[in-house]
Design a protein around this ligand. Structure first.
Ligand code: ADP
Ligand code: MG
Length: 477
């Protein structure tokens, strides 16, 4: 039988606010355990939560970016359950009335575009962490993470393969980083995914029973976990079994999913509106302010880069991956006055490679937009060749000197003096009669040999266009 897979993702993004969602404690990652948890985060009796406006602001930004409805009225609810890292005995979340509803995100798989529905995105607080490793036989509790703002983004069951699920997750990851609402750090848990997976015979209308795989924190593991789960379900059904609705855990070491708890054992969370918090009202004025501050969205920027600068799809996509990279590109373009393609190729090529190697973001680039513009201008006006430019770039990476300073200091200026080039060409031709013979008898490939010899003799500084032109003339004499 042919099977079809159905996937819906729930993604928790940690909102990049300075302080927690209901308290003034810091959200910075990596502090000593329990140094960033105040009375509210600890759930001490008598404390009152106060909503962090910035978390609301970021949720609204997200809602607008996915063209969703922003609820004029949303409500925080208590989700009741017991766990040692949840001292209040409930998590403050949103249930019936989330802040964002009914949006979408377009993904691309194998060149085909597809729209994925986003059912809702709601605000909630994160729980603390249980530490099992350091306490031999005991468990430590670190409540630094308790109260960190999360936006849980729930998709429609619109994906039909692990590949589509990963494409959606990547696209969402790009978007929240681009909007600057989440740092996207997956190792630190700022962006984590629960995958709901079911299978059904191809052509059947009703969905099959789903299993939910919890807390997967890398793109690679999402793909593996889903594919593994699909196989497990199909095998189970084909052997006469039935998929039960349950929560499963992915073990990346064994590359398998295993049951954590079934739906029957699942908690009844007894949701009810939190009496300590007021409903959130979003006015038309607030929405107008946020809309005005919204950056040009990646998709729109990509199209503009292709139209306005005649960039190819790949360069346009890379350059619009982050707002900062796109800004850097436009700054270089403006300051250098060079062709867009030259700027794009340098930024997505040499500069990106150097940043990757050093583990740096574009905002920390040792070569500023202004300095790179200075280098590209010298390629454009033929002062140096593209090859020498790579050498100058390396020097710039190590120092604070401008391209002009390095070119002057190292004597890298391109030789366009035709007399000097001619003298070298004559010398090379005289020294290689065999190759000249070959060329003249029709072996065009030998031409590259001559270009190489002349360039070598002139330490790469000869103007390549000039060398080509003169060599042609001389060899054809
Ligand atoms: P719950 O409240 O149990 O988390 P939801 O109805 O909110 O359940 O759905 C959670 C996620 O599961 C959503 O992303 C949704 O698209 C997805 N989902 C629902 N039904 C299925 C199904 N049969 N197969 C795959 N995914 C599903
Ligand atoms: Mg769920």
């Amino acid at each position: 039988m042919e099977w079809e897979t159905v996937i819906g993702l729930e993604i928790h993004t940690q909102l990049a606010t300075q302080s927690k969602i209901f308290s003034g404690a810091a959200t910075a990652y990596g502090a000593e355990p329990n140094t960033q948890a105040c009375a509210v985060d600890l759930g001490l009796p008598g404390v009152l939560p106060v909503l962090n406006e910035e978390a609301v602001h970021k949720a609204v930004i997200f809602g607008m970016a996915i063209e969703a409805e922003i609820a004029p009225y949303s409500v925080f609810a208590r989700k009741n359950y017991f766990y040692p890292d949840l001292p209040k005995g409930y998590q403050i979340s949103q249930f019936e009335l989330p802040i964002v509803g009914n949006g979408h995100l377009d993904i691309e798989v194998d060149g085909v575009s597809k729209r994925i529905g986003i059912t809702r995105a709601h605000l909630e607080e994160d729980a603390g962490k249980s530490l099992h490793e350091d306490f031999h036989g005991l468990t430590g509790i670190d409540l630094n993470r308790a109260g960190t703002p999360l936006l849980e983004i729930v998709s429609e069951p619109d994906m039909r393969s692990a590949k589509e699920a990963v494409a959606y997750m990547r696209k969402l990851h790009e978007l929240v980083r681009y909007l600057d609402i989440c740092d996207g750090n997956m190792q630190e848990g700022s962006f984590r995914c629960d995958a709901n997976v079911s299978v059904r015979p191809k052509g059947q209308k009703e969905f099959g029973t789903r299993a939910e795989i919890k807390n997967i924190n890398s793109f690679k593991f999402v793909e593996k976990a889903i594919n593994h789960e699909i196989e497990r379900q199909i095998e189970l059904i084909e052997n006469g079994g039935k998929v039960v609705q349950e929560t499963r855990l992915y073990d990346s070491v064994k590359d398998e999913t295993r049951s954590m708890r079934s739906k029957e054992e699942a908690n009844d969370y007894r949701y009810f509106p939190d009496p300590d918090l007021l409903p959130v009202f979003i006015s038309e004025e607030f929405k107008a302010v946020v809309k005005a501050q919204l950056p040009e969205l990646p998709q729109a920027k990509k199209h503009r880069f292709k139209d306005q600068y005649a960039l190819d799809e790949e360069n346009a996509a890379i350059l619009t991956y982050s707002c900062q990279l796109a800004d850097y590109f436009e700054a270089v373009l403006k300051a250098s006055g060079c062709e867009a393609r030259l700027c794009a190729n340098w930024i997505t090529g040499d500069l990106s490679a150097a940043l990757n190697k050093a583990g740096l973001e574009i905002t920390d680039s040792p070569v500023s937009d202004e300095r790179l513009a200075g280098l590209l201008a010298r390629i454009s006006d033929n002062t140096i060749s593209g090859k020498i430019a790579k050498q100058v770039f390396e020097e710039m990476w190590q120092s604070t000197a401008t391209a002009d300073e390095i070119i002057a200091e190292k004597g890298l200026k391109q030789i366009t003096d035709t007399g000097a080039i001619e003298a070298i060409i004559d010398k090379i031709i005289a020294a290689n009669p065999g190759q000249v013979e070959q060329y003249r008898s029709g072996k065009d490939k030998v031409f590259a040999f001559f270009v190489g010899q002349v360039m070598k003799e002139m330490q790469g500084k000869a103007n390549p266009a000039e060398v080509n032109k003169m060599l042609k003339v001389k060899l054809n004499q």
